[in-house]
Ligand binder design. Structure first.
Ligand SMILES: Cc1ncc(COP(=O)(O)O)c(C=O)c1O
Length: 420
């Protein structure tokens, strides 16, 4: 079904009216966002939920400062990875007992790929996408150095479809639900089916979908999944990631990073490792409790929102941005890298422009925050819980102005920092 946002292209006032009627507008007050700032980078780091500050204060002043080590029991610190995992489970379509919060996405990817390989010991190939987020590629490269006989096949390099790449040598397929660069959504249920038909296992990276798109891990038959919590789940900088292991694999799958938190009886301090039952075995060592406590508020919000409503608004925001750019920036050499079909587009719009880095810096100077990925990709994230239609209007207008006036050519916008 086409999205009708043409009436919003007429004027900013039309966008104001849309904001007033937005069923998600009450969530804007749940986040701390500096006055006058338009934040289009929730696909990289979500803003701080106001409740996170309260919960962190409680964790620091009471649980750490006053109650000290007794908080492992009294404040539920020990169980936090499971408690928070249970909050994430419904957001990614997982029944209870299959998700745990722990470590980073990179580490969890290593654990899941290794677990999949041990479940298919006679097979020697891993498939991934050439255009995966680099950490996914690097982790698989790392797996090849620890498993001498395992090879990688890359979609987009060694073949152009999963069908071309898959055969009975493939143990595991690792794909991202939404491409980090273009925002393209893959049809996961179909890919899982093809993977299973070939007898292989499927690992899904949900970093760019968890919290902003409906995800149905159980229903799609995904075997393992990972995802970060600092993007659309608003968990805070470097907040711990999550790992999903389908119930049917939990007692056979092995965690290669077999630390004491994954032991069946951690406080017996036994000499040998005996994996815990269920999802707990996918933990490794002591977790960053303050970061876990900072994450809770974002997950409580994710629990309450209607993801279908979030998805609908996300499609409307991205469509509005694309159509405004098409009319306002047509003459300046900017091209769309994201899918034009809104059903294939995640919650971001990527525009290609050779000097995109400088353009993004010029927008940041105008308090419009987006980001840049080499080569030439300007990424604009549209998180529906706190963005307004008027924000989209203002951002598109500012972008057109930066391009028209060539403000981006100023020397100050060329200076590169460590993080782009
Ligand atoms: C698709 C994808 N996977 C993984 C990561 C990052 O993993 P980590 O949190 O381990 O740095 C990102 C970060 O942006 C990502 O976009």
């Amino acid at each position: 079904m086409p999205i009708n946002i043409s009436y919003l292209l007429e004027s900013r006032t039309a966008c104001e009216r849309e904001d007033a009627a937005d069923p998600l507008r009450s969530w804007q007050g749940a986040f701390y966002l500096p006055q006058g700032l338009i934040y289009l980078d929730g696909n990289s780091l979500g803003p701080m939920p106001k409740k996170a500050l309260e919960q962190l204060e409680q964790a620091i002043r009471k649980e750490w400062a006053e109650d000290l080590i007794t908080s492992w029991n009294k404040a539920g610190w020990w169980e936090l990875p499971e408690t928070l995992g249970e909050l994430i489970a419904p957001v990614v379509g997982a029944a209870s007992g299959q998700v745990i919060v722990s470590d980073s996405t990179s580490l969890n990817l290593f654990k899941t790929v290794h677990a999949a390989l041990t479940l298919r010991p006679e097979r020697t190939v891993m498939i991934s996408e050439a255009d995966s987020f680099p950490t996914d590629l690097y982790i698989l490269e790392g797996v090849t150095s620890t498993h001498q006989n395992i090879q990688r096949r890359l979609l987009g390099k060694d073949g152009n479809s999963l069908e071309e790449l898959i055969d009975n040598q493939v143990a595991v397929v690792v794909f991202s639900h939404v491409n980090y660069r273009t925002g393209e959504i893959l049809h996961i249920e179909e890919l899982v089916q093809k993977t299973h038909d070939a007898g292989a296992l499927f690992v899904l990276d949900t970093c760019h979908s968890a919290g902003v798109l409906p995800v149905e891990l159980d229903q799609w038959g995904v075997d393992f999944a990972v995802g970060c919590t600092y993007k659309y789940l608003n968990g805070g900088p470097g907040s711990p990631a999550f790992i999903y292991v389908a119930k049917r694999h939990q007692n056979e799958a092995e965690n290669p990073l077999s630390g004491w938190w994954g032991h069946a009886r951690p406080f017996e301090f036994e000499e040998n490792f005996h994996a815990a039952e269920g999802i707990r075995r996918f933990q490794t060592g002591t977790q960053p409790v303050l970061s876990l406590r900072g994450l809770q508020a974002g997950l409580e919000i994710a629990q309450e929102v209607d993801l279908q409503q979030v998805r609908k608004k996300s499609q409307r925001l991205t469509q509005l941005f694309i159509e405004l750019i098409e009319s306002g920036c047509r003459n300046y050499g900017v091209t769309l890298q994201s899918p034009t079909d809104h059903d294939k587009r995640g919650s971001q719009v990527t525009l290609h422009f050779e000097n995109g880095f400088a353009v993004i810096q010029a927008l940041i100077a105008r308090k419009i925050i987006a980001d840049f990925r080499e080569p030439g990709s300007m990424r604009f994230g549209f998180a529906p819980l706190y963005l307004r239609y008027t924000d989209v209007w203002d951002a598109a207008e500012a972008l057109a102005d930066v391009l028209k006036t060539e403000e981006w050519r100023e020397e100050r916008f060329r200076q590169k920092h460590e993080v782009t």
